[in-house]
Design a binder for this molecule. Structure first.
Ligand code: ASP
Ligand code: MG
Length: 435
């Protein structure tokens, strides 16, 4: 069975929810994963924050507004709103008594989970009102994080199996994106934008033939349309290429989403609910020629240079450096080395001071902020010539701080000053993609 995931914009109104129904009604047996209706997650987080800060009046106002939004959506969706009204009441009674109690009884994760609960409940009711058999599955009983806060596909498969044997077969199985339980049994989530990840996990767990992620963009673009004119959608990507792009912040896909699908070899199709006829982007293991396919940038990068006078012919220097980062649970993104120096980039600077102090004992340390990593993604075949030439020609006017080439055949990373990002992306676009 196919797994369909619809993001917040795609589920953002009665009309959009009806569009989803039209997309999936002829798909046979399938699974539908929904995000919260657009804006809800932010509002729920705001309600939680305001409550925590004792701003009860403000919190109550936000809560009433959101409740009204759901009630209005329900009354636009069906004539008989009784079931949804009761459900919405029950959820908001909980939120309102939480606001009234100064200490607050609900955790932020419990509050934020109601967004996905309500969108899936409304969609379930919508399918029933159209005579489509459907079952609503609670994602918090299916996706459990382990002690490292990681979900496990095999565990989801077993839980899903036990849940499904208890209910009659239906055409559409609906569940929430984003939400799950942690290893203490509390309600938790997979992080912002995590619904893509849920869909990939569910897809792998049911052995789906395809996972479709429906958003509001025509597939993955070859460059960031906010900065560059004349971008184009990429029709085919390898799993590895998609993972690189998602990491670099191509907003369309949650970075963790690729792996479960890739491991289970399930193609992921990215589609646009606003243009359902657009072919979108297909992510699979099927190679589609070689060459550069896309460029993406990641900001707020800090570069750290460690220069050792003793590195010449020494061993163990890199291990000592890595141990410092490991002990502060800080992941290294880029690394370049020479005989006497190592340059490293990080994006999480929460332990920067401690890291720098520890590194001082290993050599002379220099730090630079406000850097951007530009990732040039594609299939860069080691035996083929011309990639470096094309890249360096495109970047001839850009000061480059670091280059990482050869770690993966799917990515060349360069580190630049953030102030040069715009012209870097433009130069790459016009030189690499518009010949
Ligand atoms: N609703 C959650 C968010 O806004 C999860 C998602 O949409 O993927 O981040
Ligand atoms: Mg998203």
């Amino acid at each position: 069975m196919k797994v369909f995931k619809f993001g917040g914009t795609s589920a953002g109104s009665a009309q959009r929810l009806t569009n989803i129904y039209k997309i999936i009604r002829d798909q046979g047996t399938c699974m539908v994963i929904l995000s919260a209706m657009s804006g809800s997650t932010n509002t729920l987080l705001e309600i939680s924050r305001l409550t925590g800060e004792g701003e009860r009046e403000e919190a109550r106002k936000e809560s009433l507004k959101l409740k009204k939004h759901y009630e209005d959506t329900a009354s636009q969706l069906f004539e008989d709103t009784l079931a949804s009204k009761q459900y919405i009441d029950q959820i908001f009674d909980g939120i309102e008594s939480h606001i009234a109690d100064y200490q607050g009884k609900l955790s932020e994760n419990t509050i934020v989970a109601t967004g996905e609960r309500i969108s899936t409940f409304l969609f379930h009711q919508l399918l029933l009102s159209h005579g489509i058999s459907s079952a609503l599955l609670d994602a918090t009983t299916l996706i459990h994080l382990n002690g490292d806060n990681e979900p496990d596909v095999e565990d989801i498969r077993q839980r899903l199996h036990s849940a499904l044997i208890k209910i009659p077969e239906v055409q559409v199985y609906i569940s929430q994106g984003f939400i799950c339980s942690n290893n203490k049994g509390e309600i938790s989530n997979l992080g912002r934008g995590g619904s893509d990840y849920s869909a990939s996990l569910f897809g792998a767990a049911v052995g789906s033939e395809e996972i479709q992620i429906w958003t509001d963009i025509d597939g993955v673009q070859n460059n960031d349309p906010r900065y560059v004119e004349g971008t184009h959608p990429i029709r085919k990507l390898l799993f590895d290429e998609a993972a690189e792009l998602a990491y670099f912040g191509a907003k369309i896909l949650h970075p963790s989403c690729v792996l479960p699908a890739q491991k289970a070899n399930i193609p992921v199709l990215l589609k646009n609910t606003l243009h359902p006829d657009d072919p979108g982007t297909m992510i699979s293991k099927e190679r589609n020629g070689s060459g550069f396919k896309a460029v993406a940038a990641r900001d707020n990068i800090t570069a750290i240079k460690i220069k050792s006078s003793r590195m010449l012919l020494a061993y163990g220097f890199l291990r000592k450096i890595f141990e410092v980062f490991e002990s502060y649970k800080t992941s290294i993104d880029m690394i370049t080395t020479s005989e006497v120096a190592v340059s490293i980039t990080i994006d999480d600077t929460s332990h920067l001071q401690e890291i720098l102090e520890a590194l001082e004992s290993l050599g002379t340390v220099t730090v630079e902020n406000n850097k951007t990593i530009v990732g040039i993604v594609g299939t860069i075949v080691a035996d083929e010539t011309g990639y470096a030439h094309a890249l360096f020609t495109a970047l001839k006017d850009i000061p480059i701080r670091m280059i990482s080439y050869g770690a993966s055949p799917h990515n060349i990373s360069i580190l630049i000053n953030s102030e040069d990002k715009l012209r870097t992306l433009q130069a790459l676009n016009s030189n690499l993609f518009q010949s």
